[in-house]
Design a protein around this ligand. Structure first.
Ligand code: ZN
Length: 386
């Protein structure tokens, strides 16, 4: 039985080392199994759904012709019979108690290889369901299977050398200065300076980095998103600074993509950030159609969830570095054009140039380094492997 690095990450939780962070997985409350079911998805995919009463702390392993989902803090429940659909790759599902963990052991008709992040989704409870762990997969061909198992057997060293790709996007540039502080500081200059420092920090930390712009250049928002796609980014970080009509407002805030803005302020911000391309927030529907065509709904959920996870981690890193937070929720949602891609990511408003004290701070190399150190930490702690 092989425990992959992503499983190990899930169990030990790299995030645990960050002071003040509550590890999401490590101390889950007592969990209960609600249901286990399978189904067939378009593209002849097998779907396995495991429903649990609380957010599951889980790991995966792949014994020969099996998929084992190991869930912590859970007891077997013989009253729950798996509902097996016909035509799937799963022929049988058993519950196996292993200490305090419950293993859901799915017997497979064919090998499926190791599941990728895009094939796994944790859904939050909705009206009809509790937490659901969802796995979508197909059989791997024999030759691909051989390659997969040889990669697996060479183990951790192979995986360690896998460099995650971070796309750094300094907002605005060229003819678009972004917002301008009372002291004349331009957003485009601040974010470029922070972006350069961030690139250095991430390169040193072993990431592969690309900047959408490395000079004072105007780029369309769609070009930035496309850049992230083309470079096959694992994470997209768009850097901005904010302005507020009220000059007393200060602090950072972090945004992820959603069709609807989480609040009026987020909506206004998306409008002003999108203004560079003259994209109204209403233009979102068309994008939604494009993305829908390119991604399964599971993948869309996965990108949204990964972005949310990163944004929350980044907010925690800022707070633990004592970076001032804007009042209200630190992570918000709005239809930002620049985030319209399949690469998970966030738009970070580093602070307010409209506030005199923060304008001064944002210009200072010390403060820029502090912001960068927190962002580097948040990226190091982000779980790239599910
Ligand atoms: Zn901006």
């Amino acid at each position: 039985m092989k425990i992959s690095r992503r499983d190990a990450l899930k169990i030990t939780g790299l995030s645990v080392v960050v002071a003040g962070m509550v590890p999401r997985m490590a101390f889950a409350a007592r969990n209960a199994l609600r249901s286990v079911r399978t189904g067939v998805q378009p593209g002849d995919k097998t779907r396995l759904v495991i429903e649990t009463s609380t957010r599951p702390s889980y790991s995966l392993s792949y014994p020969e012709k099996q998929l084992v989902v190991d869930i912590a803090n859970m007891s077997a429940d013989s009253s729950i019979a798996p509902k097996l659909a016909s035509g799937t790759l799963i022929s049988e599902i058993k519950q196996v108690q292993s200490g305090d963990h419950l293993q859901i052991v799915a017997t497979l008709r064919k090998n499926i290889g190791q599941l990728q992040k895009s094939q796994i989704m944790l859904l939050e409870p909705n009206g009809d369901n509790d937490y659901r762990l969802v796995f979508d997969f197909t059989a791997v061909s024999t030759s691909a299977d051989k390659i997969a198992s040889s990669v697996t057997s060479s183990g951790a060293s192979t995986q360690k050398t896998k460099q995650n790709i971070i796309i750094i996007d300094p907002g605005h540039g060229g003819k678009d200065p972004g917002c301008i502080g009372r002291g004349g500081t331009k957003e485009k200059d601040i974010v470029l300076s922070v972006a350069r420092r961030l690139k250095t920090g991430l390169d040193q930390a072993g990431f592969k980095t690309y900047m959408t712009r490395s000079g004072d250049k105007y780029l369309k928002l769609a070009e930035r998103a496309e850049f992230a796609e083309n470079r096959k980014g694992d994470l997209f970080i768009s850097l901005h600074a904010n302005a507020n009509p009220s000059r007393s407002v200060k602090g950072f805030s972090i945004y992820t993509l959603s069709e609807k803005a989480s609040d009026e302020e987020a909506k206004k911000l998306a409008e002003s950030e999108n203004a560079a391309d003259k994209i109204g927030v209403d233009g979102f529907t068309e994008f939604e159609r494009d993305i829908r065509a390119a991604l399964s709904s599971l993948q869309q959920h996965a990108v949204a969830e990964m972005s949310e996870e990163y944004a929350n981690g980044c907010a925690r890193a800022f707070r633990s570095s004592k970076v001032e937070a804007q009042p209200g929720p630190s992570v918000r949602h709005a239809p930002f054009a620049v985030l319209r891609s399949t690469v998970p990511g966030a738009l970070i408003e580093l602070g307010h140039l409209s506030n005199a004290a923060e304008e001064k701070l944002l210009k200072s190399p010390d403060h820029q380094n502090k912001l960068v150190a927190a962002i580097v930490r948040s990226i190091k702690n982000y779980n790239f492997d599910v």
